[in-house]
Design a protein around this ligand. Sequence first.
Ligand SMILES: Nc1ncnc2c1ncn2[C@@H]1O[C@H](COP(=O)(O)OP(=O)(O)OP(=O)(O)O)[C@@H](O)[C@H]1O
Length: 260
Amino acid sequence: MNRLESPPVALRISALRLAYGGRPVLDSLDFELPAGQVAGLIGPNGAGKSSLIRAIGGAAGGMPGVQISGQIELAGHCIERSRIQALATLGLALPPEQLPTMLSGRQALQLLTDLRLSAEQGPAALQESESLAGRLGLCPWLDQPIYGYSLGTRQKLAIVLALLGEPPLLVLDEVLNGLDPMSALALKDELRARADRGAAVLLATHGLEVAERFLDRCLLLQDGRLLADWDSAALRRFRQPGHGGLEKAVVERLRQARPL
Ligand SMILES: Nc1ncnc2c1ncn2[C@@H]1O[C@H](COP(=O)(O)OP(=O)(O)OP(=O)(O)O)[C@@H](O)[C@H]1O
């Protein structure tokens, strides 16, 4: 890529609306995520973060009672028209309860490798996953069945599965919240390294202190609408003395939007 060119768009959301049984949950969402950016998706409980992530993963359209319109493009592939090509670019962390509990972690990794990667790519990707598993403290569990894992250990496996094979777009829902400090640090280092190598990361989180120091950008969602889209300069400003941090900025923005 030429220095002056903009990075390619890894995720484009256009006029996205989603409703459950006629009740709107996402309302005319529009945003783009360029390659190389680590963005946070924040907002109150019920704001629509997980619904958006389900839609990006292509799962929402198949759910009974869900109405969805608008467009989602992953690396330029429309998820409706070119589903296989679009989803091939996505590393999505499964909710821990959706992991295949009868398999061991290693079997789950092998299965996903067989499904997603070529015979040439597989061995190197598995080796890299094992190294990441080591940094997250997951190795002692890899040969154990998943049903015996704690919630945090399941979360670590979901992360390693999502990152398998260097997908150019990583979408991770609340993955930092349940991790111990060493694993959380290892994951942040890994996500930053992936972004430096060109991946785009969308991370839903309630951890605003981590978010303001770690993210390049922060999208604030409330009632399915984008209330704020703060870039790294804004996040730096919130950290300066007297500004009260991202937490204060979020609370103020939410109050402006919906006076108490
Ligand atoms: N399968 C479903 N059927 C009906 N309503 C749903 C379903 N899943 C979510 N909702 C509703 O959609 C709204 C958005 O929920 P969602 O889980 O996307 O929010 P969230 O921002 O991820 O919340 P949290 O921070 O609590 O995880 C909520 O009002 C929720 O009750």
